[in-house]
Design a protein around this ligand. Structure first.
Ligand code: RET
Ligand code: FE2
Length: 508
């Protein structure tokens, strides 16, 4: 929802979160959508205008009150109270599901009814002011995530933390979040300008964190309110800086001592990472600048948006290779990577620094997904949305990192969303499964639909058209029946409160 009363958000990432779900049962597809009833949503609806600040919109809650009292409260809390408008992803934590964003708040949801439940403040469990919406899960379902702790006890740190999937027997019924443990912390290179990051990578034994020169300026943030500017203006890309590659050993819970770095770049999505012959390889979608966030200003997403919203750098899949044991005696200038599988290089420099040069794999893709059973391990397939110079995806892509070939699905007037890979039960091959993607149509005559592709051949298996106004979504989660304990989630007593907020009808 981008307008409330007479007020309008500036940026696409500001909109009030709309959850949607497709339930596939007995050969039929049921669709449901519902606004997340965040505190932000409720405050805005009650005031009939935007009263909570978002990424691209600064809001002034009390125009009648003395502006200085609010300004003072913002200044005395260097980090203001952020929004709980959780619009980015869905996370599974123990038996619970949460809508997530990148602030310190999450909202528990009932994934069956899409009702909004408790508001969770990460800060109650771990000292972070920001956290990613892209956690990792291990085979047991434990959550590994990271966040930034700003100027806590005089330090700004990146904190990696673990939330267990289950709690000890004697503590049954307790919230797994209460058992959150800090795994490792890395001190930010700069107290007042920590890096912005949207995701990170894991392998079987390591964690990959990119400290990129796309930074949050904390002083700018603490004065943004009185200066009348948004949070987005407090983020800046420093193209003259380096990108530091931190590799954390999961066994020692410590970063490797070698200083690995590469050129300035912006990464939102890590695709996958794995270990091979003493090296760590990681695949990420890189940009040469931060123009992506600039493009999503609603002023650009208008009639002429094909013209206005041209990316200045194309999202590119690149593979980096990091040597896990750096030979102290290796010659300065020598390449420490001797893998047949990649042309990525890691050049030894003086003072034991290592400069990493990536291999370019594919140009023009975003919203990557993999078969998650291969997360942290050797893998072959990236499923993604194809994007060229405009941030709007036009096709779904299957890219084979081994043969470097690709398969595509696209249709006129169709804008696909993130392609979710769902494995076939008892799958043998990595691509034994299906792809799910919610497709919106730019042709008013054509209904939006849930597309189901065979992940191997990339041919269409089925589609379920739905007669609703559907929106292009961001990230999602497939919840198999086995993960779904209906007894634990009480059925909703709530009445549907009308279109477009909630609708449910069998659609085939
Ligand atoms: C509100 C707020 C933030 C919100 C960021 C958001 C909402 C980012 C969305 C990113 C997406 C959707 C990326 C897709 O690739 C920050 C900058 C963390 C910090 C300041 C307060
Ligand atoms: Fe994302």
């Amino acid at each position: 929802m981008h307008t409330v009363g007479e007020t309008r958000y500036n940026h696409w990432f500001d909109g009030l979160a709309l959850l949607h779900s497709f339930t596939i049962r007995d050969g039929e597809v049921y669709y449901r959508s519902k606004y997340l009833r965040s505190d932000t949503y409720n405050a805005n609806i009650e005031a009939n205008r935007i009263v909570v600040s978002e990424f691209g919109t600064m809001a002034y809650p009390d125009p009648c009150k003395n502006i200085f009292s609010k300004a003072f409260s913002y200044l005395s809390h260097t980090i203001p109270d952020f929004t709980d408008n959780c619009l980015i992803n869905i996370m599974k934590c123990g038996e619970d599901f949460y809508a997530t964003t990148e602030t310190n708040y999450m909202r528990k949801i009932n994934p069956q009814t899409l009702e909004t439940l408790e508001k969770v403040d990460y800060r109650k469990y771990v000292a972070v002011n920001l956290a990613t919406a892209h956690p990792h899960y291990d085979a047991a379902g434990n959550v590994l995530n990271m966040g930034t702790s700003i100027m806590d006890k005089g330090k700004t740190k990146y904190v990696i933390f673990k939330i267990p999937a289950t709690v000890p027997e004697d503590k049954k019924g307790k919230n797994p979040l209460k058992h959150t443990e800090v795994f490792c912390s890395i001190t930010s290179r700069s107290l007042l300008s920590p890096s912005y990051y949207h995701s990170f990578g894991v392998t079987e034994n390591y964690i990959v964190f990119l400290e990129q020169p796309f930074k949050l300026d904390i002083l700018k943030m603490s004065t943004a309110y009185i200066r009348g500017v948004n949070w987005a203006s407090c983020l800046a890309f420093h193209k003259e800086d380096k990108t530091y590659i931190h590799i954390i050993d999961q066994r020692t819970k410590k970063p490797l001592p070698t200083k690995f770095y590469t050129d300035a770049m912006v990464v939102f999505h890590h695709v996958n990472a794995y270990e091979e012959d003493g090296c760590l390889l990681f695949d990420v979608i890189t940009y040469e600048d931060s123009s992506l966030y600039q493009l999503f200003y609603l002023a650009n997403l208008n009639q002429d948006f094909e013209e206005n919203s041209r990316l200045t750098s194309i999202p590119t899949l690149r593979r980096f290779a990091v040597p896990l044991n750096v030979d102290k005696n290796a010659e300065v200038g020598s390449n420490l990577i001797e893998l047949a599988s990649t042309t990525a290089r890691a050049l030894k420099e003086k003072d034991d620094q290592v400069y990493c040069q990536p291999e370019l794999l594919y140009e023009g893709l975003e919203l990557p997904r993999i078969n998650y059973a291969h997360n942290g391990k050797r893998y072959r397939y990236v499923f993604a949305a194809e994007v060229q110079w405009s941030p709007i995806p036009t096709k779904i892509l299957k890219y084979d990192v081994l043969t470097k070939s690709s398969l595509k699905w696209g249709q006129e007037h169709c804008w696909p969303a993130e392609p979710l890979f769902v494995p076939t039960p008892d799958a043998k091959d990595e691509d034994d499964g299906i792809i799910l993607s919610a497709i919106v149509s730019t042709d008013p005559q054509k209904l939006p639909f849930l597309l189901i592709l065979d992940a191997k051949s990339f041919t269409e298996l089925a589609r379920a058209s739905i007669d609703v106004e559907m929106h292009l979504d961001l990230h999602g989660l497939f919840i198999p029946d086995t993960d779904w304990d209906a007894r634990k989630q009480a059925p909703s007593q709530e009445e549907p409160d009308g279109a477009p907020d909630c609708c449910e009808a069998p659609q085939t």
